[in-house]
Design a protein around this ligand. Structure first.
Ligand SMILES: NC(=O)c1ccc[n+]([C@@H]2O[C@H](COP(=O)([O-])OP(=O)(O)OC[C@H]3O[C@@H](n4cnc5c(N)ncnc54)[C@H](O)[C@@H]3O)[C@@H](O)[C@H]2O)c1
Ligand SMILES: [Zn+2]
Length: 364
C-alpha cells in the first residue's frame, strides 16, 4: 500500500508512506532512485542494526562505506540535544553536506532525533524513515513532528519536517518485545476510536493474530492507522485544529507519565487516559455505556491498565494537566469520544466533574 500526504499549497510537497510485507529487501533500490545524487547517511538504532542490519543495508548498500552508517543507542534518555550534536559531528566528519540525506532506522526515539537533526543540519536536508516499532510505524513516522526532550519535559524542542518517504515493513515487528507491541497498540486503538470503526472491529476480533505477529493483520492495522493519521495531518499539518483530535487520551496520559516519573509507559498511560475521556463523555451523556465497556474490554485484552493506581493523587494529575503545553488558556480542553469512531473537542469541562471521574477510576 502507498499513502501520499499532500501538504499545503506548494505542489510537490508530498510525503509518501509505503507499507508492505516484502518491502525490506526492496528499500535500497527504491531509496537509490529517490536519492538521486544525494549521499545517504543512515542513523540506526543499535539494537535494530544487530537484528536487521544485514537484511536491509547489506543488500546493495555500501555498508562498509566508512561513516555512512551511524549507530545510535536509542532510549528515551538519549532523546536529547547532546545526541543531536553527537550525530551531527559524526555526519560532518564522515563528509555529509547540504546534498546529503538522513535515513533513520528504528523506533520513535531514533526517528524523532534523526528527523530533528535532518531538519537543522546545514539548515535542513531530506529525511527518510524506516520505522521498526509498532508505535513508530503507526504514529511517530507519520506527520512530520521531530524533536528531543529537555530535563523539564518531553519534546520541548522540535521542528516540523515531513519525511520524504517512509518505508514500513511489518516483519520488523517479529522481533519486537510484547511490551513494545502493546505500547503501539494503544495508538492503534486510539486511531480506531478517533475515526475508524472498521479498524476497531478488526482489533476486537483479531487481537490474537496481531499478538502472534500475523503479518497480514499487522499490515492491516498499520495501514488503517497511517491512513487515518495522514488524512488528519493533511488537513492540519501544524496542529491548529483537527490534528488535536490525535491527542485523545494524551492529556491525562501525559499527566500520568509525569506523575509516575515515567515509570508507566506512554501507551499504557494513553489507554488509561482514553478511559478517563470515555468515562467523562459517558457522564456528559455522550458516549454510550456499551462503547465505554468495549473500550475497557479491548484495553484489558491487551493488558493495558484500565484503572489509575491508588498511589496517584488527583491533585498531582490536575497540576500536570494544567501544566500541559496543549492547554488552551485557562480551560481544561479535552478530546472526548462520542462513540467508537468519532471524537469531539470539549473545552468547558468542570473541574469537579473531572476529579470525580479520576476518583471513580482509582486516583485518591
Ligand atoms: N514524532 C511524533 O509525531 C511522535 C509520535 C508519537 C511518539 N513519538 C515519540 O516516539 C518515542 C517512542 O517511540 P518507540 O516506542 O518506538 O520507542 P523506542 O524508539 O525507544 O523503541 C523502543 C525499544 O524497542 C527497540 N526496538 C526498536 N525496533 C525494534 C525491533 N524491530 N525489534 C526489537 N527491538 C526493537 C528499541 O531499541 C527500544 O529499546 C517517544 O520519544 C515519543 O515522544 C513521536
Ligand atoms: Zn501517543
Amino acid at each position: 500500500m502507498k499513502i501520499e500526504i499532500r501538504l499545503g499549497e506548494i505542489p510537490g510537497r508530498i510525503s509518501e508512506i509505503f507499507i508492505a510485507e516484502d518491502l525490506m529487501e526492496r528499500i535500497p533500490d527504491v531509496l537509490k532512485k529517490s536519492l538521486g545524487t544525494r549521499s545517504a547517511y543512515w542513523i540506526w538504532d543499535e539494537t535494530v542494526w544487530g537484528l536487521w542490519g544485514d537484511k536491509v543495508a547489506g543488500r546493495g548498500w555500501p555498508v562498509e562505506d566508512n561513516g555512512r552508517v551511524i549507530l545510535f543507542t536509542a532510549s528515551e534518555p538519549d532523546k536529547r540535544l547532546a545526541s543531536v550534536e553527537f550525530l551531527a559531528r559524526r555526519m560532518v566528519s564522515a563528509g555529509a553536506n547540504r546534498d546529503s540525506a538522513i535515513i533513520a532506522v528504528g523506533g520513535g526515539v531514533t526517528g524523532d532525533v534523526a528527523a530533528f537533526l535532518a531538519s537543522i543540519y546545514m539548515r535542513g536536508i531530506p529525511c527518510f524513515q524506516i520505522p521498526t516499532t509498532l508505535l513508530a510505524q503507526v504514529d511517530s513516522s507519520v506527520g512530520g513532528k521531530t524533536g528531543v526532550d529537555l530535563p523539564e519535559g518531553k519534546n520541548l524542542l522540535g521542528t516540523f519536517q515531513q519525511p520524504r518517504q517512509v518505508f514500513t515493513d511489518p516483519r520488523f515487528l517479529t522481533t519486537l518485545p510484547d511490551e513494545e507491541l502493546r505500547q503501539g497498540m494503544a495508538e492503534v486503538i486510539k486511531s480506531a476510536m478517533i475515526g475508524d470503526e472498521v479498524l476497531w472491529k478488526f482489533v476486537e476480533t483479531k487481537s490474537d493474530a496481531i499478538k502472534r505477529r500475523d503479518l497480514n493483520s499487522l499490515a492491516r492495522i498499520i495501514s488503517a492507522s497511517c491512513l487515518l493519521k495522514s488524512r488528519i495531518v493533511q488537513a492540519d499539518e501544524k496542529e491548529a485544529g483537527a490534528r488535536r483530535s490525535l491527542n485523545l487520551g494524551h492529556t491525562v496520559g501525559h499527566a500520568l507519565e509525569k506523575v509516575t516519573g515515567f515509570r508507566l509507559r506512554h501507551g499504557d498511560c494513553v489507554a488509561t487516559g482514553m478511559i478517563v475521556a470515555a468515562e467523562l463523555s459517558n457522564r456528559l451523556g455522550k458516549l454510550p455505556a456499551e462503547d465505554l465497556q468495549r473500550l475497557e474490554a479491548i484495553c484489558q485484552t491487551w493488558g493495558m491498565p484500565v484503572r489509575i493506581p491508588s498511589s496517584i493523587k488527583c491533585d498531582a494529575i490536575m497540576d500536570a494537566v494544567r501544566a500541559d503545553k496543549k492547554r488552551i488558556g485557562d480551560k481544561l480542553h479535552f478530546i472526548i469520544p462520542e462513540r467508537i469512531g468519532k471524537v469531539v473537542e470539549f473545552t468547558d469541562i468542570a473541574q469537579g466533574e473531572f476529579i470525580e471521574v479520576l476518583q471513580s477510576l482509582g486516583a485518591t
